[in-house]
Design a protein around this ligand. Structure first.
Ligand SMILES: NC(=O)c1ccc[n+]([C@@H]2O[C@H](COP(=O)([O-])OP(=O)(O)OC[C@H]3O[C@@H](n4cnc5c(N)ncnc54)[C@H](OP(=O)(O)O)[C@@H]3O)[C@@H](O)[C@H]2O)c1
Length: 267
């Protein structure tokens, strides 16, 4: 609120942004929403054809785009995204870490590879992309890092332990960096949605169990994208998206033992 009063709303028109995971789901809809607001976009994902569909939608909304087609866990992909922003748009103002994966199943039944893959995509890739982008963001206009976390970065649940751990890590990084980057004028926004109706649960690394909430309807990707854009403009530091997610977050803060008991019945 203080930042909003002193600096005013953040203008998005003309900003230069990287969006990871822009070939589907939240990332695609968010890219289109930003395109409508006049943001120039570097879009990153592994699926070329799907990414080109996002490009077409962004172009129809009037935005300039560049794409990087590769795995975000590779340092070369992250560097290519930054280079695209610098060479095609002359700089970088906004970094949106959205790409993410999960798996369903008990931790004891999984292996180290699953644990490491989820941490690579959901934590190490965004962390190292932020590190590589920092010098450029510091030269950007009203710079901002947006991390797409999850309400499961506030409250762990069974069947998704590694995913929860990765989103807790991303939240910790966001909070720690906020303290370090304030002096450089770089803001951080953490977006923590509950269940969102995307292909996320079709793209799981593996399914070894199905928790009671599997297949339940969530909020739309459009809702998450719109709330994210509003939060970027209004200089919010964190938003939790979805009624169920906000209820879970509040209950867990007030009555953690009761929530422990409820979620352990789902184990
Ligand atoms: N859906 C939910 O219920 C929900 C709830 C809370 C938070 N979230 C978070 O929201 C974010 C977006 O999820 P979503 O629901 O939109 O899922 P989605 O529909 O599965 O989209 C995931 C996106 O990430 C990209 N991606 C995945 N692994 C990648 C990699 N290694 N390198 C580059 N790109 C990669 C995918 O593109 P390619 O496959 O083409 O690479 C795709 O564009 C994630 O961080 C997720 O954790 C989702």
């Amino acid at each position: 609120m203080f930042e909003l009063l002193t600096k005013g709303r953040r203008k998005l028109a003309g900003k230069r942004a990287i969006v990871t995971g822009a070939s589907a789901g939240i990332g695609r809809v968010l890219a289109i929403e930003l395109a409508k607001r006049g943001v120039k976009l570097v879009l990153v994902a592994r699926s070329r054809d799907a990414l080109l569909e996002t490009v077409a939608a962004c172009a129809a909304a009037g935005s300039e785009t560049a794409i990087v087609v590769d795995d975000i866990t590779l340092p070369s992909t992250r560097q290519a995204a930054i280079d695209a922003a610098l060479h095609q748009f002359g700089g970088l103002d906004i970094l949106i870490n959205n790409a993410g994966v999960s798996a369903l199943g008990h931790f004891a039944d999984a292996d180290e590879e699953r644990n490491r893959r989820i941490m690579e995509v959901n934590y190490f890739a965004p962390a190292e992309l932020i590190r590589a982008a920092l010098p450029h963001l510091a030269n950007g206009v009203d710079p901002l890092v947006v991390n797409i976390g999850s309400v499961l970065g506030h409250r762990g649940v069974p069947h998704m332990s590694e995913y929860c751990a990765s989103k807790f890590a991303l939240r910790g990084l966001t909070e720690g960096l906020r303290g370090e980057l304030r002096i450089k004028g770089i803001d951080l926004l953490l977006v923590s949605p509950g269940t969102v109706d995307t292909g996320f649960f079709e793209h799981l690394l593996e399914i070894r169990s199905k928790p009671p909430w599997f297949g339940r309807q969530g909020v739309s990707a459009e809702r998450v994208a719109w709330r994210t854009c509003m939060a970027m403009q209004n200089r919010r530091r964190e938003i939790i998206v979805g009624v169920a997610a906000r209820w879970m977050w509040r209950m867990n803060r007030l009555f953690p033992r009761i929530v422990d008991r409820i979620v352990s019945r789902m184990g």
